[in-house]
Every structure is written in structure tokens, then in C-alpha cells.
Design a protein around this ligand. Structure first.
Ligand code: AQP
Length: 346
């Protein structure tokens, strides 16, 4: 019996990278998994506050993310869909795991290093972590909370995009540390399920991944973008000076990104190289047109459903309550074992 767990931050409307790299896979797992398997999908709001946000904006993003997950076809009866902060066990387990986690390992996380850079927080030789007030511990210990999210449900499988592989490696390290320290075998190492769309790149800079926090909205396609917006963004996607179609991910990253997006949306499973071959002799306008059509066809039903759901406040509240109840129950059963293993029983 599999326990499948994954999370997404309510840091904005999900984009094509989140969708192809994670959410489409969540829905696929829901549609194809055995009835005995558990599916647990979490909106990780505690992760979202590692970078300070206005409380009203966070509350709104949480609602929007819930609507987006339902709009892509997640079923709240079959899957457990809930907000992380509704289940205090995540934070309790994070603390327990942090007592056996290595700070050296955490400081080597690429996402920590790149967040530092993106906020211009890189330490100069004269700066230390104690002298820079903008260096927040939550950002540093983020992977421990992520490990706690997974282990609270004793998940066996975690579907994620490639950017999260290192954090999953760390979660497995947390399992080893916990079991070794407390002489227990409550936890087993969760397996990473990498979706076929490992890394969708920014439309404006194909050397960087598409990201919700990118300040330029033209770099991302949101799952709720309308047809006109999709057209404009894809027409404006940065490619290179060659007006022909070839699949060369090393030298033609922009073109490769478009071909990869198209390949993930093709039902016949054509690879990016095969699509490039089909388009031999054509200019990039033809490729962009095909990407626009494929993206729009995939997202049209999602954006319609999303608009309906967002207007239905009482239904969203009902789904939220149901998810919370189911998650609390599952978490309580793990925490009973953890408390006994650590010696925290009343
Ligand atoms: N560009 C991407 N390509 C493929 N998969 C991606 N994911 C994110 N970006 C891409 C996958 O989406 C899931 C949810 O991600 P998240 O919201 O928890 O955090 P993130 O990876 O940090 O995503 P963003 O969009 O870059 O958010 P911000 O800007 O807020 O940090 C994960 O499974 C991730 O792999």
C-alpha cells in the first residue's frame, strides 16, 4: 500500500512549471493509483512565510491555491487536500527532527544558496550569519519542515519536480538520523517520483526555472491565464537568432524549452526531438503557434473551473474542513508512535 504525499506553496497561482512538474502528476496518480493507496496533497502555508508576506495576501493565496488544485481535477473525497498549518503535528515533528539534523548538510542545500543570492543576501567575508538580520532561520531550516510534512504521514512516495530532489535526499537523511538516535523503525525512506517534466524553464531566461516568485509576469504562464495572455507570453518567449526548429538543449535552450513543453502536452508521447523533426524547415513562428494551441487547450478547462470555484466560498470552506479532519486523524496516529519513541508520552 502506497502513501503518496506532496506539497505546494501558496505563493501565487500555479504556473506551467508547477503544473507539468507536479500537479499534473498528482492528478495522474489520483486517477491511476490503487484504491488502497492514500493520496495526501498539502498547501504548505508555513513554508510560504519563510519569506514575509502580508497576512491578507497569504490568506487569499491559500484560497486561490485550493481552488487551483480542485480545478486541475483533484477530488477532495479521494485525495486528502488541506492546509499545512491546520495540522500542528508538522511543526512538532519538525522540532523533533531538527534535534537530530545536521546544520552542515542544511547549509549545502542549493535552494538555500540560490534564495540567498536572489535576495542579495550572499555573505561577504566581513558578514556573518549573526550580523545579517535579513538571514532568517526559517529559510535555512525549510528542508526539515519539508521532511516533517512527508514523515507526518509516513509517506512512501513523493512526486516532485527536479528542483526538490535534494530536499528529498535530506528527508531520507532525517529518517536515518531519527531511527538511529531513537532506536526506532517508525519511519522508512520516502521514494522520489520525478515527473517527466523535470524542469520547465522561464520564458524570458531559459537558463532559470519558471518560478512563482519571478518578478516579471511574462516569464511564467499561469494555469489561469486566458488565451490572449498565453499568446502574448509565448510569442514573447526568448529563443535565439536562428529562425529554424532543432532540439539542442545545450546550445538552444529557449527553443528546447518550448519543444519540451509541447512534448509534455502531446497525447501521442512524441519526444522533443521527434517534434523538431516534424517541424524541420519551418520557422519558430510555427513552433510557437503549436505551443500556444497546446497550452491553451490544456488550460482552458482549468481556468473555467477555477473561476467557478473561486466564486464558491462555502464549497471551498467545506473542502478545507474535510481535508483538515482527514489529515489530523492520519497525523495523530504517527505522532503517538513518535512521542513514545522519543519518550514524550504523558
Ligand atoms: N519550473 C518548474 N519545473 C518543474 N517543476 C517545478 N516545480 C516548481 N517549479 C517548477 C514543482 O512544483 C512543485 C511545487 O513547488 P513549490 O510551490 O512548493 O515551490 P517551488 O519549487 O519553489 O516553486 P516556485 O514556483 O519556484 O515557487 P516560489 O517562487 O514561491 O519559490 C514542486 O514539486 C516543484 O518541484
Amino acid at each position: 500500500k502506497k502513501i503518496i504525499f506532496s506539497g505546494i506553496q501558496p505563493t501565487g497561482i500555479p504556473h506551467l512549471g508547477n503544473y507539468l512538474g507536479a500537479l499534473k502528476q498528482w492528478k495522474h496518480l489520483q486517477d491511476t493509483s490503487d484504491k488502497a493507496d492514500s493520496l495526501i496533497y498539502c498547501i504548505v502555508d508555513l513554508h510560504a512565510i519563510t519569506i514575509p508576506r502580508h497576512c491578507k495576501l497569504l490568506a487569499q493565496s491559500k484560497r486561490e491555491m485550493l481552488a487551483a488544485l480542485l480545478a486541475i481535477g483533484l477530488d477532495p473525497q479521494r485525495s486528502t487536500i488541506f492546509h499545512q498549518s491546520a495540522v500542528p503535528a508538522h511543526s512538532e515533528l519538525q522540532w523533533i527532527l531538527s534535534c537530530t539534523a545536521s546544520t552542515g548538510y542544511l547549509s549545502r542545500m542549493t535552494q538555500w544558496k540560490s534564495k540567498l543570492q536572489s535576495q542579495s543576501l550572499s555573505l561577504s567575508p566581513s558578514e556573518t550569519t549573526t550580523s545579517n538580520p535579513a538571514l532568517r532561520h526559517g529559510l535555512f531550516s525549510y528542508p526539515i519542515l519539508q521532511a516533517a510534512d512527508i514523515l507526518t504521514y509516513r509517506a512512501t512516495h513523493v512526486p516532485v519536480g527536479e528542483d526538490q530532489s535534494q530536499h528529498l535526499e535530506f528527508a531520507r537523511e532525517c529518517v536515518t538520523n531519527f531511527n538511529h538516535t531513537f532506536g526506532s523503525n517508525i519511519f522508512y525512506p520516502p521514494k522520489t517520483i520525478l515527473s517527466p517534466a523535470k524542469r520547465v524553464m522561464s520564458l524570458l531566461d531559459p537558463t532559470r526555472k519558471m518560478s512563482k516568485s519571478d518578478p516579471n509576469p511574462k516569464s511564467t504562464i499561469l494555469v489561469t491565464d486566458d488565451q490572449q495572455t498565453i499568446k502574448k507570453k509565448i510569442r514573447g518567449a526568448v529563443t535565439d537568432s536562428g529562425n529554424f526548429v532543432t532540439y539542442d538543449p545545450e546550445r538552444r535552450k529557449g527553443v528546447a524549452n518550448l519543444l519540451e513543453i509541447l512534448s509534455h502536452l502531446r497525447e501521442d508521447g512524441a519526444t522533443p526531438a521527434q517534434i523538431a523533426e516534424e517541424m524541420k524547415g519551418e520557422g519558430l513562428v510555427v513552433l510557437k503557434k503549436a505551443v500556444i494551441e497546446a497550452v491553451d487547450a490544456e488550460l482552458a478547462p482549468i481556468r473555467e473551473k477555477y473561476a467557478e470555484l473561486l466564486a464558491n466560498e462555502s464549497y471551498l470552506k467545506q473542502v478545507q474542513r474535510l481535508g483538515k479532519e482527514k489529515a489530523l486523524k492520519k497525523a495523530a496516529s504517527t505522532m503517538r508512535m513518535v512521542r513514545t519513541a522519543v519518550g514524550l508520552d504523558d
